[in-house]
Write a protein that binds this ligand. Structure first.
Ligand SMILES: [Zn+2]
Length: 231
């Protein structure tokens, strides 16, 4: 199954993606993580985008697409969750063409809706484990022992360098302007499911799980129908 998590930065989709990775065996492809890895490794692309990344601008679409395609090609037939990708209608269209060429498709898009002021509070309190990338929040989801990652025991819990209020506002503007139109794109394909992300993390988690169960039930049924019709 190929899933897309869609929503503004800070809507909690990264946290929900971690649950799906742990409990449903999804491989999570986060374009943000791919980009940060390129910057850290100071590759040619990493150097090019470092400055615009820190100020919250959208990354050049073609390069992000090719980074994602590279991982899809190595992951093969596994269940993949795309977290924060695609980000624009043109990226989504190019990605759809790529998937068609390898006989795959996006099975569902889970769209997280949330108010801007809730997002700003969430992002500014966010801390990430430098070792395993697990995400915590200083007030709503703190680590059990301060400064220690519950997931891997690491002690390098850091704020992301792009998590400043100026950068958050910039990212939200970019989102409303360039990414939000994707909602209509996926809605028109009839594969979008909406989630109210203003709710507490555990409620969102339960709702996401119910949707995934419904979707996987549906795709199994479709596969069976396909088999019968070939008999
Ligand atoms: Zn960790």
């Amino acid at each position: 199954m190929f899933l897309v998590f869609f929503g503004p930065p800070g809507c909690g989709k990264g946290t929900q993606a971690q649950y799906l990775q742990q409990e449903n065996g999804f491989t999570v492809i986060s374009s943000g993580d791919l980009i940060r890895a390129e910057i850290k490794a100071q590759t040619e692309f990493g150097k090019q985008i470092e400055e615009s990344y820190k100020t919250g601008k959208l990354m050049p679409g073609d390069t992000v697409l090719s980074l994602v395609q590279k991982v899809v090609a190595t992951e093969g037939a596994k269940s993949i969750l795309f977290d924060g990708f695609p980000r624009t209608v043109s990226q989504a269209t190019a990605f759809e063409n790529y998937l068609r060429s390898i006989h795959r498709q996006i099975d569902a898009v889970i769209s997280f809706s949330i108010a801007d002021n809730v997002i700003i509070d969430r992002i500014l309190g966010r801390i990430t484990c430098a070792d395993c990338k697990h995400v915590f929040h200083v007030s709503s989801n703190p680590p059990s022992i301060e400064g220690v990652c519950d997931n891997c025991g690491g002690t390098r819990l850091e704020r992301r360098s792009d998590d400043t209020s100026e950068s958050v506002r910039q990212r939200l503007n970019e989102y409303h302007l360039k990414t939000e139109p994707l909602k209509e794109f996926y809605k028109s394909k009839g594969i979008m499911v909406g989630i109210n992300a203003n709710q507490p993390i555990n409620l969102v988690r339960r709702q996401v799980q119910q949707e995934i169960d419904a979707i996987s039930g549906k795709s199994k049924k479709e596969k069976n129908i396909g088999t019968y019709s070939r008999c």
